[in-house]
Design a protein around this ligand. Structure first.
Ligand SMILES: Nc1ncnc2c1ncn2[C@@H]1O[C@H](COP(=O)(O)OP(=O)(O)O)[C@@H](O)[C@H]1O
Ligand SMILES: [Mg+2]
Length: 471
C-alpha cells in the first residue's frame, strides 16, 4: 500500500513497531491509542499528542498512556475503527510515529449507506463535533447525532495531503454521494459490541483463530483442532451477536445461515443444500460454517415423525463426520434449546465443545448498558451502575430494549419543539436533547413486565419437565 502521508508531517522518521491489541471498553470511540511510557519517551510523545499508526494504511490517533499492566509488553491498544483505518488486525504489528499535523483546508466526507441531504447547518454541526480531530484520507469516522444515532462517514478528499486536524476554519463538505461499505454500516458487529462474556469470547477465539491463522503450527504439533462448537443458552443473550462478530473479525471464509431459512427456502432440497455448504467450506478452507438455530435442522429423532426430517438429521451427522480432510473447517452451531437437539450431534468429533451463553451478571449488564448507550446523550445523573443493579434476570436484548425505550420517552418530551414537516431536524435542537433518569425508569417499568412474564413461563416449563420425570 502506498504511504499517503507526506514527509513534512514528520519531525523525523523515528518509528516504533508495536503489536495491536483491542481497546478496553471505556476507550472505544475516543480515537485514542494507548502506548507505554517507554515508547512515548523513545518517540518524544506526550499524552494527547497526535501520532500516526501505519499498517497497510496510515491513520492518526491521539496518544494516551497505557494501562500499568500493559507496560513493557510492546503493545498498542486501539479500537476496531482505528484497526480498520490503519489496515491492520489484532496481533499484527504496526508502526507508530510522532506526527505534526496541518490544519485541514478542505475535507469532503461521504456518508456510508445512508443519504444525507447537503445542508450548511448540518455541515457546521458535523465540523463542530470533529474540531481538533485528526484525519487521514480514506479514514472512517463515526459521529453520534441526536438520540442513539451513529452515522459513519468516509474521508474521500483531504487537503493538504497527509494527516490533518479539523479546525473551525476548515471548509467541510458532506458529499451527496453515498459510499457503500457493508463493513462500516450500522449492523457491522465486532467483539467490542458484546458486553460481558469475556471468558466465552476468549474460548471461541482460541478455538477459531489459532487453527485458522496458524494451520502449519497445528500440523506440526499434531493437534486435531476442535471442529465443532455449540453455543447454547437462553434467547437474547448474545449468541447470534457473538457469531456475527466471529464472522466479521475472522479472516476465514464464512458461511453463515440459519436453520429455518434453509428449511423454508430449500424445503425439498435441504439435504443437497447442506451438502453444498460443506463442499463449499472445504473448497474455500480455512473456513467457518455458522448454523444459527441449529435445533431446527437437527431435532431429536424421537421428537419428529417425518421421514424427511430424519434424513436431514442423518445427513448433517454424516457431513460432520466426513468433512475436514482437506484444510481447516470449523462449524459453529447456535441454539436456545439444547434439550431439543439430537444428542448424537454431541458425540466426539462432532460438536464436542459446548459453550454456554447465560444471562449476564451485574458486571456484564453494566457493560451492555454502556454499549447500548454509547451514542445516547445521557444527562449526568443517569447512573449506569444503578441500572445494572436493578436489572437482574434481564438479557442483553432486554437491556437493548430498555435503552431504545428510554430514547423514545426522551424524544416524546421534545416533540412539541420539533418541526415534523422539516426533513432535517434542527441540529441545534438535536444537541440539546438529553435522556434523564426518569426516561430510564419508565422504560424499565415497561420492559420489566416482559421479563417477569418470561420468567414465569420458564418456571412453568421447568415444573412440567420435573413432573414428567417423576412419572
Ligand atoms: N452480551 C450482549 N452485549 C451486547 N448486546 C447484547 C448482548 N446480548 C444481547 N444483546 C442485544 O440483544 C440483541 C439480540 O441478541 P442475540 O445475539 O440475537 O441473542 P441470541 O442469539 O442469544 O438469542 C443483540 O442484537 C444485541 O442488541
Ligand atoms: Mg440468536
Amino acid at each position: 500500500m502506498r504511504d499517503k502521508t507526506k514527509d513534512n508531517n514528520f519531525k523525523d522518521s523515528l518509528r516504533v513497531a508495536l503489536r495491536v491489541q483491542e481497546a478496553k471498553k471505556r476507550d472505544i470511540g475516543r480515537n485514542i491509542a494507548r502506548i507505554d511510557q517507554e515508547t512515548m519517551d523513545k518517540l518524544d510523545i506526550k499524552t494527547a499528542d497526535i501520532i500516526s499508526l501505519i499498517g497497510k494504511k496510515e491513520t492518526a490517533a491521539i496518544a494516551w498512556p497505557s494501562y500499568p499492566q500493559d507496560s513493557g509488553l510492546g503493545i498498542v491498544r486501539i479500537d476496531s475503527r482505528l484497526i480498520k483505518n490503519a489496515g491492520t488486525s489484532i496481533d499484527e504489528t504496526i508502526q507508530i510515529r510522532k506526527v505534526i499535523t496541518h490544519t485541514a483546508q478542505n475535507i469532503v466526507l461521504a456518508p456510508i449507506s445512508i443519504k444525507i441531504k447537503s445542508n450548511p447547518r448540518f455541515e457546521t454541526f458535523v465540523k463542530r463535533k470533529l474540531t481538533n480531530y485528526p484525519v487521514a484520507i480514506d479514514d472512517f469516522i463515526f459521529i453520534s447525532i441526536g438520540i442513539s444515532r451513529e452515522v459513519s462517514f468516509k474521508v474521500i478528499s483531504l487537503k493538504p495531503s497527509g494527516i490533518c486536524t479539523i479546525k473551525p476554519e476548515t471548509v467541510l463538505y458532506i458529499s451527496e454521494e453515498i459510499t457503500e461499505d457493508k463493513e462500516q454500516g450500522a449492523d457491522y458487529v465486532t467483539f467490542e459490541y458484546i458486553g460481558g462474556l469475556h471468558h466465552e469470547i476468549e474460548e471461541i477465539r482460541d478455538i477459531v483463530e489459532i487453527p485458522l491463522r496458524h494451520p502449519s503450527l497445528i500440523n506440526k504439533l499434531g493437534i486435531t483442532p476442535q471442529r465443532g462448537i455449540l453455543l447454547s443458552g437462553p434467547p437474547g443473550c448474545g449468541k447470534t451477536l457473538l457469531a456475527r462478530a466471529v464472522a466479521n473479525e475472522s479472516e476465514a471464509y464464512i458461511l453463515f445461515f440459519s436453520g429455518p431459512e434453509i428449511i423454508q427456502k430449500y424445503h425439498s432440497e435441504t439435504e443437497k443444500k447442506l451438502r453444498n455448504i460443506f463442499i463449499e467450506a472445504e473448497e474455500k478452507a480455512p473456513s467457518i460454517i455458522i448454523i444459527d438455530e441449529i435445533d431446527s435442522i437437527a431435532p431429536r429423532k424421537e421428537l419428529v415423525l417425518g421421514k424427511w426430517e430424519h434424513r436431514m438429521v442423518s445427513q448433517l451427522l454424516s457431513l460432520l463426520d466426513g468433512f475436514n480432510r482437506r484444510g481447516v473447517v470449523i462449524v459453529i452451531g447456535l441454539t436456545n434449546k439444547l434439550e431439543l437437539l439430537e444428542p448424537a450431534l454431541l458425540s466426539p468429533g462432532r460438536f464436542d465443545k459446548i459453550i454456554e451463553i447465560n444471562l449476564p451478571e451485574e458486571k456484564g449488564r453494566d457493560e451492555i448498558f454502556r454499549i447500548h448507550t454509547r451514542n445516547m446523550p445521557l444527562e449526568k445523573s443517569v447512573s449506569i451502575r444503578e441500572l445494572a443493579e436493578s436489572t437482574q434476570n434481564f438479557s442483553g436484548a432486554d437491556i437493548s430494549g430498555v435503552c431504545k425505550e428510554a430514547s423514545l420517552f426522551a424524544l416524546k418530551r421534545y416533540l412539541p419543539q420539533i418541526d415534523l414537516d422539516c426533513e432535517i431536524i434542527d441540529p441545534e435542537l438535536l444537541e440539546q436533547i438529553e435522556i434523564i433518569p426518569n426516561d430510564f425508569y419508565q422504560a424499565l417499568k415497561k420492559i420489566s413486565k416482559n421479563v417477569k412474564l418470561r420468567q414465569k413461563l420458564m418456571e412453568n416449563d421447568k415444573t412440567k419437565e420435573n413432573n414428567n420425570k417423576k412419572i
